[in-house]
Design a protein around this ligand. Structure first.
Ligand SMILES: C[S@@+](CC[C@H](N)C(=O)[O-])C[C@H]1O[C@@H](n2cnc3c(N)ncnc32)[C@H](O)[C@@H]1O
Length: 263
């Protein structure tokens, strides 16, 4: 997978080359390109923004600079929407991701979808965001998604890109090494993961739950599932309606006072 990030603060993306992401780069699992948007400016001040039409506070990022950057990074011949082998294989087409608080909420299922892509280009907004025509025009010639990482407003798109990139790259084969499968993580089965424990067995008078030391794998699995259900019911009951639930799960949830939504 190749990741390209366009930003006015290239240094902000340093974590793409650190820790597990850095190891994925070293192992050739991902390639990373970080591009300074100002390279596509033509004026002496290298300005990337201008005042908003219609008035209002703040500045808007110029379509001219963004358009040139995207034309260079994703030439018409590479978009794969109409010609070439990519036309019949959506995952081989480049995907442009534009982080914005006004986007669709990013979720684990998006991370799985993005992990199948061969190339993702991220456009980091700043100020009041990017002139909408950049997204509208790009959408006519490539796959584009505007995504939000949560219901709050950040200063710029760089942190959102790091969030999305980390969620996606850890799903790629070989990235987590011999760590247990990401299939057991929160959201993968539609639920939150329950609590985890390690040595010592007793810490500050707090023992590890006995069942985890029993060696009885079936009991441990049931306990973990029940804790996962309990935590989800307490913290994210909205997830329960969409999660696949067994009869035993429904019994646990009934004991917790949760009832399936009607209909
Ligand atoms: C100050 S924000 C712009 C907010 C915009 N005026 C609005 O109200 O929707 C500047 C940039 O930060 C990024 N950003 C801020 N919050 C975000 C979020 N929740 N998810 C993804 N990106 C976000 C986007 O790249 C955005 O263009």
């Amino acid at each position: 997978m190749r990741l390209d990030v366009v930003t006015v603060f290239p240094d902000y993306l340093a974590p793409l080359r650190l820790a597990l992401l850095g190891r994925a780069v070293d192992r050739g699992i991902i390639e990373v390109g970080v591009h300074d948007l100002r390279a596509w400016t033509h004026d002496v001040h290298k300005s990337v923004d201008d005042t908003p039409f219609g008035g209002g506070p703040g500045m808007v990022m110029r379509p001219t600079v963004w358009g040139d950057a995207l034309d260079d990074l994703v030439p018409q011949t590479d978009t794969g929407l109409t010609t070439g082998p990519a036309a019949s294989d959506p995952d081989s087409r480049p995907l442009l991701i534009v982080p914005t608080p006004a986007g669709r909420p990013f979720s684990q299922s998006d991370a799985h979808r993005y992990a199948r892509r061969r190339r993702i280009v991220f456009a980091c907004g700043r100020y009041e965001g990017i002139d909408q025509r950049v997204v509208d025009e790009a959408s006519e010639r490539m796959d584009v998604e505007e995504v939000s990482i949560g219901d709050y407003v950040l200063i710029g798109g760089e942190v959102a890109v790091l969030v999305i990139a980390e969620a996606v790259v850890r799903l790629l084969p070989g990235v987590l090494g011999n760590r247990r499968s990401h299939e057991e993580d929160s959201f993968s089965d539609g639920l939150l993961e329950g609590p985890s424990y390690t040595r010592p067995e007793i810490w500050r008078d707090r023992p590890v739950p006995d069942v985890l030391k029993s060696g009885d794998h079936a009991r441990i699995a049931r306990w973990r599932r029940d804790e996962s259900l309990r935590r989800t019911a307490e913290r994210r009951p909205d997830l329960l309606g969409g999660a696949p639930l067994s009869a035993a799960d429904l019994q646990t949830l009934a004991e917790l006072g949760w009832e399936p939504p009607e209909g």
